[in-house]
Design a protein around this ligand. Structure first.
Ligand code: NAD
Length: 300
């Protein structure tokens, strides 16, 4: 099948690579020439705009950084909406349900089926084709979309209501944001008390305190101090803010989420929006006067 792909960043590149591996023809666009060159080197065909991608492919996927970029790429003057061939649009970004509804309504007006389809599982999950893929949009088009999405992970049909997959994704991500800061705070406490952080992580993972942070983020990017998990602090903060907006609009309790939100706002200020989100541990380390590393990494 010929598939369009817009946004070849940390997540888009491995996802598009898997589509190429499934023998799909991929037509690609990214505003970054380097990102586009990287996927063209693997066999994708380059396009000059989202519209051109949508002129050349009936199904277009996108993985983009912010709600504003998602809206512009889908519905702007040179957006997917202006394409002559596109029949369905699948947005894999985390953009919140309000943006998903806007995109859905504008594309539906042109006869294009829009799916919001955010993903979870990080760069590693994208590389392995092991993402959780949440999908909301027209049921009658879902079976075809599912066959494409199975190349990148396990699709879950959340519902026909546009934006409901975004709500599911924000619920997932506020928990991921929560357990990463909570695990960072606790491991820093243990190191200050003289525990070996690698042993701590092993025990947490064998016991009842294990989290997605102790199983994945600590061994991969925090204990080796590489801070290269592949998800920017600014994008994590975007997801936390989107969750808070949506939860406040619903009038539900947000006490835990507000605390988490303050910590991520501070991390983005201290470490920079472009820092890897695993750097969230550094303000805790600085406040405690310790460094969390492998047993052979000298501690302060
Ligand atoms: P990224 O910043 O690495 O990649 C975004 C890509 O979009 C970049 O290559 C950028 O050049 C491109 N881009 C920006 N504006 C564009 C435009 N107008 N037209 C075309 N291309 C444009 O971000 P990422 O980490 O790959 O995340 C993408 C989305 O996936 C975000 O919504 C993020 O929240 C979500 N997400 C990320 C992860 C992760 O672990 N990185 C996991 C799950 C979901």
């Amino acid at each position: 099948m010929k598939i369009g792909f817009i946004g070849l960043g940390n997540m888009g590149f491995p996802m598009a690579t898997r589509l190429l591996g499934e023998k799909h023809d991929v037509v690609a666009f990214d505003t970054s020439g380097a990102a586009l060159d990287r996927i063209v080197a693997l066999g994708a065909q380059p396009a000059a705009s989202p519209k051109e991608v949508a002129d050349r492919a009936e199904t277009v996927l996108a993985s983009l950084p912010t709600p504003a970029v998602c809206l512009e790429v889908a519905t702007g003057a040179t957006g997917v909406i202006e394409g002559s061939s596109v029949k369905r649009y699948v947005d894999l970004s985390t953009a919140g349900s309000q943006t998903a509804v806007q995109i859905h309504d504008l594309l539906a007006g042109r006869g294009i089926a829009a799916f919001d389809s955010p993903v979870s599982g990080g760069v590693g999950g994208a590389e392995k084709g092991a993402l959780a893929v949440m999908v909301s949009g027209p049921r009658n088009e879902f079976d075809l979309v599912r066959t494409i999405l199975e190349a990148i992970g396990r699709p879950f049909y959340i519902g026909e209501k546009p934006g409901s997959a975004q709500t599911m994704k924000l619920a997932n991500n506020i928990l991921a944001a929560n357990v990463l800061v909570a695990t960072a705070e606790v491991v820093v406490m243990g190191v200050k008390a003289g525990l070996d952080p690698a042993v701590m992580v092993d025990v947490l993972n064998a016991g009842s305190g294990g989290t997605s942070a102790s199983r994945d983020k600590f061994p991969r990017a925090i204990l080796p101090r590489t801070f290269d998990y592949g998800f920017a602090t600014g994008l994590m903060l975007k997801d936390v803010r989107l969750y808070l907006d949506e939860a406040r609009a619903l009038g539900v309790p947000v006490e835990v989420a507000e605390t988490i939100g303050r910590l991520w706002e501070a991390a983005a200020r201290d470490q920079g929006a472009d820092s890897d989100f695993t750097a969230i541990i550094k303000p805790f380390e600085n406040a405690a006067g310790v460094t969390v590393g492998q047993a052979d990494t000298p501690s302060v």
